[in-house]
Design a protein around this ligand. Structure first.
Ligand SMILES: Cc1ncc(COP(=O)(O)O)c(C=O)c1O
Length: 272
């Protein structure tokens, strides 16, 4: 049976559970951003200006300048045209996939994809095939159908990584949209940009590439962001139900975390 344990401390690097202290290897906060003093100071100042909760859906009054600045910074940092912030990575996956994939489309997805990707694909009602972990799909969709290849970049349970070139080649040959959940790659791969760092190495032009990153891992905050062509991001803004009918994420934290991440990436690079 699953059991809830309440901690009595921050997550990093030690954790207090039932008054016992443990060195924490379970947290997603790889870089300690959630308790970084500069992040906390900045959040304190932002709370005074904007309040704690966003207190509204993004399309009403929930959105503030910090949200849009974060989207712009993330798009620039990863070299993507545009970005849209959701209140979690789970919702970002549901929000993007369920809005884009239609019942008549085909989806090919890795057998070990995260539950949010599996749920999203099932909710679309599309034709779908799960291919063996880290392989390239052996099937293709009928010529007249739109198709999607959906995968994580670094897999959450096993920590192994896709071969982007092979999957990219498949998408070029089959005119498929490539959707990459980079929850565990962002902040870790490349110089911190995650899988986006490797996209430029793809041979051939993928028809469309979308990336989803979570703010709850290397950025030590919470939220999910879908990055890609402006045309698609604009479409999601108009049509994605988990974006439209959801209270916008709290205002502070993530933007400062991003600055910290860039700093960490630079330090890591200079010490290599
Ligand atoms: C690969 C992957 N995608 C999506 C999610 C969901 O992200 P979030 O925790 O921000 O809802 C997770 C996290 O737990 C994940 O590991």
């Amino acid at each position: 049976m699953r059991k809830l344990e309440d901690r009595r401390s921050s997550q990093w690097p030690q954790i207090n559970i039932n008054d016992e202290r443990f060195l924490n290897f379970c947290s997603n906060d790889y870089l300690g951003m959630s308790s970084n003093q500069r992040v906390l100071d900045r959040v304190g100042r932002e709370l005074k200006t904007f309040g704690f909760g966003s207190a509204g859906a993004a399309l009403l009054t929930g959105r503030c300048t910090l949200h849009s600045e974060l989207e712009v910074k993330l798009a620039t940092y990863t070299g993507q045209e545009s970005a849209l912030l959701f209140s979690s990575g789970y919702l970002a996956n549901l929000g993007a996939i369920c809005s884009l994939v239609g019942k008549k489309d085909w989806v090919f997805h890795d057998r070990l994809n995260h539950a949010s990707l599996i749920d999203a694909v099932l909710m679309t009602g599309s034709r779908h095939r799960r291919y063996p972990h880290l392989m390239v799909p052996s099937n293709t969709s009928p010529m007249d159908k739109k198709s999607y290849l959906i995968t994580e970049s670094v897999f959450s349970m096993d920590g192994d990584k896709i071969c982007l070139n092979s999957l990219g080649k498949y998408c070029v040959e089959n005119n498929s949209t490539l959707y990459i959940d980079d929850a565990h790659g962002f902040g870790v791969l490349g110089e911190g940009q995650g899988v986006a760092f490797e996209l430029k190495k793809l041979s051939g032009e993928c028809p469309e590439i979308l990336i989803m990153i979570t703010l709850g891992k290397a950025l030590g905050s919470s939220g999910g962001v879908v990055l890609g062509p402006k045309r698609i991001i604009d479409f999601l803004t108009q049509n994605s139900r988990p974006f439209i009918y959801d209270t916008a994420p709290p205002t502070s934290g993530s933007r400062r975390g991003l600055r910290g991440l860039v700093y960490f990436a630079r330090v890591a690079r200079s010490s290599n």
